[in-house]
Write a protein that binds this ligand. Structure first.
Ligand code: ASP
Length: 470
């Protein structure tokens, strides 16, 4: 039986004997009396050890910051002048009667009160300590509440949460993919998906109609801005919809989420403006405009959608025609003829979702016609062989009755970052990697024993870092 009382519950337990469990947040000695703040997942409460009142008083003298303890005691109301208005439990204190030290603790390498100014190297090496700081703890809890809100909201709207594979085949969306060698099939590879794009479209062929997943996406990109090799998207897809249906759902979901989780925040413009790409470029010189009225107000949220993107563009590197979103995005109906004559003039049924100047989602209505999909592949100069090996499965699926469908994928990390007024996504990810993709706490990436590499049919080139000898 767990008869533990949580820190916040002490205010309702005046006159009662309780058992508290948690960490020593701070300890102060005033003469012979030892005051501690005990911290648990709900907050802190003051505990007092008086000589003669607690048989474990001597043990209390050994307490240091971050020791993990179990304390039995009597909850007492504080005298009027001792009330601490800055502490939610500031009206009470616990007079300790027993102490059990569950774990001692070395002195943390940095103060845990506010770790914002501690070097990132230190914070990420000791992430488990960094997470104890109130701000980080609250960020991670907020993220969980946001995910839960989204799950409940979408489930009520008839969506099904479905897990798609993480070990799969590439789905080209512009980024380099992480590859996994197959041990059972020498010389063959899986890749980690950049997004569940093809699977969610295949789920529409599978009759699920409304899918979502809070999905991890993997992209092996060079260090560029605030990016992570793995990040989280709220991935969703709907059948029998047009662009406005997807945007309406997105708008309603995020309006409700803000109202529920951040009632202090105000949305600049409702409904969210839907701005054509050409207009955004003309007016702001950017396809992710910051439309807030007061950019210094941390409680203002400027949501908008950018629509009518060109479907293709010439790549800056080699001047080849490339898709601006991904290859499955449908052209606008009025531009279908331009596909044959001037593809760069074709606009897509394609949209971005923007918040405070950050692109927080992209999505589109997809091509659901095999022939049109084939035509787009051809415009992008894919050979028949490439089409068959890379996309044969999706074209085949489309031959068995496919509903019109479309979706969007808001980036959860970035949204939580903005809602928490944090400067980067690492502040809202429990175990992020450094800008150059290292996990300092676990020590990844790392070399592997030669036998492990042998099993995976991998030979590391001698001019690269040697593998460990096994
Ligand atoms: N898969 C796309 C992306 O990751 C989103 C979508 O089109 O739904 O950007």
């Amino acid at each position: 039986m767990n008869n533990r009382t949580l820190a916040v519950e002490t205010t309702g337990a005046v006159g009662k004997e309780v058992i508290l469990k948690g960490w020593i947040h701070v300890r102060r000695d005033m003469g012979k009396i030892i005051f501690i703040h005990l911290r648990d997942r709900t907050g802190q409460v003051q505990v007092v050890f008086g000589p003669g009142e607690c048989p474990d008083y001597e043990a209390a003298k050994t307490l240091r910051d971050e020791f993990v303890v179990e304390i039995g005691g009597l909850v007492a109301a504080r005298g009027q002048k001792n009330v601490n208005p800055n502490m939610p439990t500031g009206t009470v204190e616990v007079q300790a009667r027993s102490l059990n030290i569950l774990s001692t603790a070395a002195t943390p390498p940095f103060p845990l009160e506010d770790t914002k100014n501690v070097s990132e190297e230190q914070r990420l090496t000791y992430r488990y300590l960094d997470l104890r700081s109130e701000r980080m703890n609250e960020n991670i809890r907020f993220r969980s509440r946001a995910a839960m809100f989204i799950r409940n909201y979408l489930t009520r709207k008839g969506f099904v949460e479905i897990e798609t594979p993480y070990i799969t085949k590439g789905t080209p969306e512009g980024a380099r993919e992480y590859i996994i060698p197959s041990r059972l099939h020498p010389g063959q590879f899986y890749v980690l998906p950049q997004s569940p794009q093809q699977f969610k479209q295949l789920l529409m062929v599978g009759g699920m109609e409304r899918y979502f997943q809070i999905a991890r996406c993997f992209r092996d990109e060079d260090q560029r801005g605030d990016r992570q090799p793995e990040f989280t998207q709220l991935d969703l897809e709907m059948s029998f919809v047009d662009q406005d249906d997807v945007l309406d759902l997105t708008e309603k979901l995020f309006t409700a989420l803000v109202a529920e989780l951040c009632p202090e925040k105000k949305i600049t413009t409702m409904p969210f403006p839907r701005i054509p790409y050409a207009e955004a470029m003309k007016k702001w010189g950017s396809d992710k405009p910051d439309i807030r009225k007061d950019k210094n107000n941390p409680d203002e949220l400027g949501f908008c959608f950018i629509v009518d993107f060109p479907l293709f563009e010439y790549s800056t590197a080699d001047k080849k025609l490339v898709n601006t979103h991904h290859l499955f995005t449908a052209p606008q109906d009025s531009d279908l003829e331009l596909l044959d004559t001037d593809p760069t003039k074709v606009k897509g049924k394609q949209y971005d979702f923007v918040l405070n100047g950050f692109e927080i989602a992209g999505g589109s209505i997809r091509i659901h016609d095999q022939e049109l999909q084939r035509k787009v592949f051809k415009i992008l100069k894919l050979t028949d062989r490439e089409i068959e090996t890379r996309f044969g499965h999706i074209l085949r699926a489309f031959s068995y009755g496919v509903p019109p469908h479309g979706g969007i994928a808001p980036g959860l990390d970035r949204i939580v970052m903005i809602l928490r007024n944090e400067p980067n996504i690492r502040e809202v990810i429990a175990f992020p990697k450094t800008g150059d993709g290292r996990d300092l706490m676990m020590g990844a990436p790392s070399t592997l024993p030669a036998s492990t590499l042998r099993d995976a049919h991998i030979q590391v080139r001698k001019d690269r870092k040697d593998s460990e000898e096994s």
